[in-house]
Design a protein around this ligand. Structure first.
Ligand code: PLP
Length: 427
């Protein structure tokens, strides 16, 4: 039975799909917003997780608690609250270190998000190691933040972008990647998972090949950290960027991981308090890692929220999360492919396609699809997804995109499929 009846979505009730001991029902109770009614439709079907994820109570409550009971500026105070806030903030850095399996907290820089992390590397790395005509390798499926950051350095320093092409089904053409290396290649900067195609890129292989050429690699982990266990030592990446808000944490905080040997050689990104050792008008010396890259008051409350989010995800276990999300993606691909006129972008092989499904139905404009699904209480994203060069490659203006998180269910996929069919009948 369709769960959309009389223009009304019935309450999606347990039993929710469970797998390997992971029951989604209780987890959904951790996210109050999932209980919301939108346009009289209950409950909200939230499938815009690649843009941002919803926040569990533990994250919001930890941040509220810190503002009410601990709040004081970190690092500089001798007083009790400042020391307590500093302990929390530096404890959060240790949580991030463990989460990424970095060697040391010196390698964990707090930023405002993936965008700032990538901009930091693009600017500081090109200042330290690149001159006119030197090259960075990116790919055709990058988010704008991993294109424009480098284009700014193109304008400042005359560096060049070399682009790994993709196959028609949205995979990197690895044989072309190898051919892009030249004696001017200084860095490779690619996404782990495409925010449009859901493609899981073979980052270990990408890194291995780059290292054979003596070239470091930055991985954009904005879309991978919420969905899979990341181990920066195992992959051997040189830099890794991610955003708190995409992994159930707060907005306004993210992380740049960098191997100490690289971070030490990079100049500071911004000037201000905290990033200095001594300042005089004649000479200023800079703080040790990671503080050299953290000018000004950090968002120490958001770092607490991020740490609680990472703890939350870790407590559920990666095996369970990956199995659940893989099941959801496979189920969604199967059900969506049964819809007349459906075209799904990206790899067909579920091993290479994770949690993000971009689609187009016949010639229904993505904006119409998104707007009508919204009226049914189903939130998806539409447009170019900050990946215009990829849209050009695919010869389209935009797509509809459904993206999953650990709290989504098969019933929500059914609601999406029923919703798409309903919209299709209107055209
Ligand atoms: N990279 C990828 C692959 C993304 O999907 C996003 C956001 O959607 C970003 C970078 C930018 O992340 P933020 O806006 O959190 O800095």
């Amino acid at each position: 039975m369709s769960i959309i009846e009389n223009n009304k979505i019935e309450k999606v009730i347990v039993p929710l799909h469970t797998r390997e001991g992971m029951g989604v029902g209780p987890i959904r109770n951790d996210f109050p917003i999932l209980d919301k009614t939108i346009y009289g439709k209950y409950p909200l079907v939230y499938l815009d997780n690649a843009a941002t994820t919803q926040k569990p109570r533990v994250v919001v409550e930890a941040m509220t608690e810190e503002y009410y009971n601990v709040n004081a500026n970190v690092h500089r105070g001798v007083h009790f609250l400042s020391q307590q806030a500093t302990e929390l903030h530096e404890g959060s850095r240790e949580t991030v270190r463990k989460f990424l399996n970095a060697r040391s907290t010196s390698e964990i820089v707090f930023t405002r998000g993936t965008t700032e992390s990538i901009n930091l590397v693009a600017q500081c790395f090109s200042d330290a190691f690149m001159k006119e005509g030197d090259e960075v390798i990116v790919s055709e499926m990058e988010h704008h933040s991993n294109i424009v950051s480098w284009q700014l350095q193109q304008q400042r320093k005359g560096i060049k972008l070399r682009v790994i092409p993709i196959t028609d089904d949205g995979r990197l053409r690895m044989e072309e990647y190898e051919k892009l290396f030249s004696d001017r290649t200084r860095i490779v900067s690619v996404t782990h998972i495409s925010n449009v195609l859901g493609t899981v890129n073979p980052v270990k292989e990408i890194i291995r090949i780059a290292h054979e050429h003596g070239v470091p690699v930055l991985i954009d982990g904005a879309q991978s950290t919420p969905h899979m266990k990341v181990d920066v030592q195992e992959s051997d990446c040189d830099f890794f960027a991610f955003s708190g808000h995409k992994i159930y944490g707060p907005t306004g905080i993210g992380v740049l991981y960098g191997k100490e040997k690289w971070l030490e050689k990079l100049p500071p990104y911004m000037g201000g308090g905290e990033m200095i050792k001594n300042v005089s008008f004649e000479k200023t010396t800079f703080n040790e890692l990671p503080f050299k890259f953290e000018a000004g008051t950090p968002d120490y409350v958001a770092s607490t929220g991020l740490a609680r989010a990472l703890d939350y995800v870790s407590s559920l276990g990666w095996d369970a999360i990956e199995a659940h999300e893989r099941d959801l993606t496979a189920y969604a691909m199967q059900k969506m492919n049964e819809i007349e006129g459906m075209h799904i972008f990206g790899p067909k092989d579920i091993e290479q396609h994770d949690a993000v499904i971009s689609f187009q139905v016949g010639n229904i404009h993505h904006l119409d699809m998104g707007t009508l699904l919204d009226r049914l209480g189903i939130a998806i994203r539409t447009g170019h997804h900050c990946a215009e060069p990829l849209m050009h490659r695919l010869g389209i203006e935009g797509t509809c995109r459904a993206s999953f998180a650990l709290y989504n269910t098969r019933e929500e996929v059914d609601a999406l499929v029923a919703g798409i069919n309903r919209v299709r009948q209107m055209f």
